[in-house]
Design a protein around this ligand. Structure first.
Ligand SMILES: Nc1ncnc2c1ncn2[C@@H]1O[C@H](COP(=O)(O)OP(=O)(O)OP(=O)(O)O)[C@@H](O)[C@H]1O
Length: 210
């Protein structure tokens, strides 16, 4: 029997003025599986991810998380859903390591200092651990945003074009990391334009704007 879906998206429809961007989009994501949202620029991928995590409201349809209507403010959802959408906002006066420590502590990670050290190493951020966000390169800022997902407990990862601004090694790391997340039972929903990442990681695809 197939594992029960963690995320169940049902007939989501969303329009901006006269432009219908999402038309009855339905899909499920199960633990240990990855669904990739694909489509050309402007097709509605980011809109779909925002509607899924609750930061935008669909005109109709439903999003169920673990069988319950997903609400962004729910403690269960906040504890389980790690998302990187858009450009991430950082506290200007907290260093890279302090940001990650804050996330880890706030989400109740076991042994937070060890986990932060591992993720800094994993993402090649050790050398900039004491720097403030404004002093990071754009790729390092992207790595920090992604790192924030991996220092906290998670059951569902939602990532909008996570490959953006990553170098070749960073993209290879990302594919391996997402495979490891799946192996650990995490459900992954990502929008991507990266054919190699899609091939390596995605079990299912949702085409928008087709
Ligand atoms: N707040 C908004 N108000 C009006 N139109 C919007 C708004 N947000 C998105 N749109 C429009 O909805 C469409 C889908 O945008 P969206 O950002 O979801 O596309 P995307 O598939 O993520 O594109 P890309 O590949 O370029 O990131 C676009 O035509 C965009 O202009």
């Amino acid at each position: 029997m197939a594992t029960q879906a963690l995320l169940d998206v049902r007939r989501l429809t969303k329009a901006f003025g006269g432009l219908t961007v999402l038309r009855e989009v339905s899909f499920k994501v199960r633990p240990g599986r990855a669904t990739a949202v694909v489509g050309p620029n402007g097709a509605g991928k980011s809109t779909l991810l925002h509607c899924v995590v609750g930061s935008a409201e669909a005109d109709s349809g439903a999003v169920l998380f673990d069988g319950v209507v997903l609400r962004e403010s729910s403690a269960v959802v906040r504890a389980a859903v790690a998302a990187v959408l858009d450009d991430f906002d950082f506290f200007p006066d907290l260093s890279v390591a302090e940001h990650l420590g804050l996330y880890a502590h706030a989400h109740g990670t076991d042994e937070p200092d060890e986990v932060v050290a591992e993720v800094l190493d994993d993402l090649g951020l050790e050398a900039v651990a004491d720097q403030l966000p404004a002093t990071l390169s754009s790729g390092q800022r992207r790595r920090l945003a992604l790192a924030s997902c991996f220092v906290r407990p998670r059951r569902l990862l939602v990532l909008d074009e996570p490959e953006q601004r990553l170098d070749v090694a960073g993209r290879e790391w990302l594919a391996e990391r997402l495979l490891a997340e799946k192996a650990a039972g995490v459900a992954v929903l990502l929008a991507t334009h990266d054919a190699a990442l899609l091939e390596a990681v995605a079990d299912d695809r949702v085409d928008v704007g087709a």
